[in-house]
Structure formats: structure tokens, C-alpha cells
Design a protein around this ligand. Structure first.
Ligand code: HEC
Length: 100
């Protein structure tokens, strides 16, 4: 059965290709939605008033953006910033920030 390793390899390539595409889309969203204006390029904040995102993992980012958007985590700034994010935007942002 030489077929099975080939199929598994193809699936692994497809999955990792998808994750890279999401991180690339997240990087574009991070700039387009203005996150970069406070949290800075590469997740290093422009001022100490803003939390550093570099080093946080994707699951944490996804949960917190979802909670800001729903109001489960109240924040005057971040509830406004997350209001316009779609589920796909949040997934992509989490994938991107998770790589920083
Ligand atoms: C105007 C400045 C500003 C902008 C723009 C901004 N943020 Fe924030 N962000 C903050 C502040 C301030 C906090 C702390 C909020 C709090 O806990 O009340 C925060 C918190 C966060 C946190 C939680 C960090 C932690 O350690 O708990 C995440 C994740 C986050 N922002 C992501 C984003 C993303 C993604 C965007 C773009 C859609 C964005 N932010 C845009 C100011 C900003």
C-alpha cells in the first residue's frame, strides 16, 4: 500500500498550506483594521498603555477577540475594535498573532 503515505502527505501539505494562508490573511487584516496602530508591527505595542500581543497563542487571541465582540470581556476600546470583525477575521487574526 504505497498510496496511503502519499495521501497522508498530501493532506498534511494541504492543512499546513491553509494555516499559512490564514496567517497571511490575518496579517493583512491586522493592518487593515488598525490593530497595528496600537498593538504595533509584529505585536510589539506602540505605547506601554497597550498590551503586547507578541508571544500570545492563537487560542488565547481567538477567545479574547470573541469575548470582546460579545461583551463577555468588557473593554471600551476593544469592544469597538472587535465589533466589525467576522468569525473568519478572528480566526485569521488569531493564526497570524499566534505566529508572532
Ligand atoms: C486604539 C488602540 C487599540 C486598537 C486599534 C486595537 N486595540 Fe487591542 N487592545 C487595546 C487595549 C487598550 C487593550 C486592553 C483592553 C482591556 O483589557 O480593557 C487591548 C487588548 C487586546 C487583546 C487582549 C490582550 C490581552 O493580553 O489580554 C487582544 C487580543 C487585542 N487587543 C487584539 C486587537 C486586534 C486584533 C485589533 C484589531 C482588530 C486591536 N486589538 C486593535 C487597544 C487597541
Amino acid at each position: 500500500m504505497k498510496l496511503i503515505p502519499t495521501v497522508l502527505f498530501a493532506a498534511a501539505v494541504a492543512v499546513s498550506g491553509q494555516a499559512m494562508a490564514d496567517a497571511a490573511a490575518g496579517k493583512a487584516t491586522y493592518a487593515a483594521k488598525g490593530c497595528i496602530g496600537c498593538h504595533g508591527a509584529g505585536g510589539v505595542p506602540v505605547a506601554p498603555t497597550y498590551p503586547k500581543l507578541k508571544g500570545l497563542d492563537a487560542a488565547f487571541i481567538k477567545k479574547n477577540l470573541t469575548d470582546f465582540r460579545s461583551g463577555a470581556r468588557p473593554s471600551p476600546v476593544m469592544s469597538a475594535m472587535s465589533a466589525g470583525l467576522s468569525d473568519a477575521d478572528i480566526d485569521n487574526l488569531a493564526d497570524y498573532i499566534g505566529t508572532l
